[in-house]
Design a protein around this ligand. Structure first.
Ligand code: ATP
Ligand code: MG
Length: 246
């Protein structure tokens, strides 16, 4: 069966709708910049949100799409929460920001999700006047040359490397410089955010508060669904008991 360009446009639109991707690229006379924040988001936290917000402003993006990974290539060795839970938390965390979106694009894909495949699919879905900006931690940038099909990533996306405090950029810079592929990388300093999902998971398991580390609805979801060894509302309950002693 042969498709003409109208059919292809329709198929692309279908993919965009199903995966909650933004409709971008309609006006052929302007360039659009689509930010893609990839991650396991197990759970999403304020480090991810602040990094994406800063990338949005510094790189003049039109929108940032948070894309929880289906089955991440690098995290096969530990238990990862179900994609539905990670997607739900991502949706809750991004829902009050008008230029953030949560997408099902990767959680709905079977098997291990590779960034190169995701970016290649997005490149097919969007017209050429939509530029792709892949936002990731600078630690991940240093690994990127080892990723599957690194040359695909270099060809089709700009990379945005968010640095965590104390992170030495030299390693990322020299790894990128030594690569045979040309990567277009912008580094962003994200001030004072040493938050990680692992740290949040540990805190939940110990019954400690997540307040100010992730949006409240995410904390609520974690307790309601007993993720990371959470005992339902133990923290809030003990807090209230203590308050009532006065
Ligand atoms: P884990 O502790 O389980 O490794 P994580 O906090 O690194 O989780 P991921 O879902 O692996 O979270 O991260 C998604 C992306 O966000 C990665 O590219 C990661 O480098 C980046 N990132 C994570 N935490 C921060 C932070 N505090 N500031 C900036 N970028 C971050
Ligand atoms: Mg990580």
């Amino acid at each position: 069966m042969k498709y003409d360009s109208k059919d292809i446009e329709k198929i692309a639109e279908g993919i965009v709708r199903r995966a909650d991707l933004p409709m971008l690229g309609r006006n052929p006379n302007r360039t659009y910049r689509l930010g893609i924040m990839g991650g396991t988001f197990d759970p999403i936290h304020n480090g991810h949100l602040v990094a994406a917000e800063q990338a949005f402003y510094d790189l003049d993006l039109d929108v940032v799409v948070f894309m929880p990974a289906g089955r991440p290539a690098f995290k096969q060795d530990r238990h990862v929460s179900p994609g539905e839970d990670r997607y739900a938390m991502t949706l809750l965390a991004t829902s009050d920001n008008p230029h953030f979106l949560a997408s099902r694009f990767e959680v709905d894909r079977e098997g291990i999700t590779y960034t190169a495949d995701t970016l290649a699919l997005l490149r097919e879905v969007y017209p050429p006047n939509v530029q792709l900006y892949f936002i990731t931690g600078a630690d991940a940038i240093a690994e990127i040359v080892r990723w599957r099909h690194a040359e695909t990533i270099a060809d089709i996306a700009h990379l945005v490397g968010a640095t965590r405090p104390g992170y030495d950029l030299d390693r990322a810079r020299s790894t990128i410089a030594a690569s045979p592929y040309h990567f277009d990388v912008t580094y962003l300093e994200i001030p004072a955010l040493a938050i990680s999902s692992s740290y949040l998971r540990e805190r939940v398991a110990k019954g400690q508060s997540l307040r100010y580390l992730t949006p409240e609805p995410v904390t609520g979801y974690i307790h309601k669904h007993k993720l990371y060894g959470a005992r339902p509302n133990t923290f809030e309950a003990s807090e209230l008991d203590r308050a009532q002693e006065y």
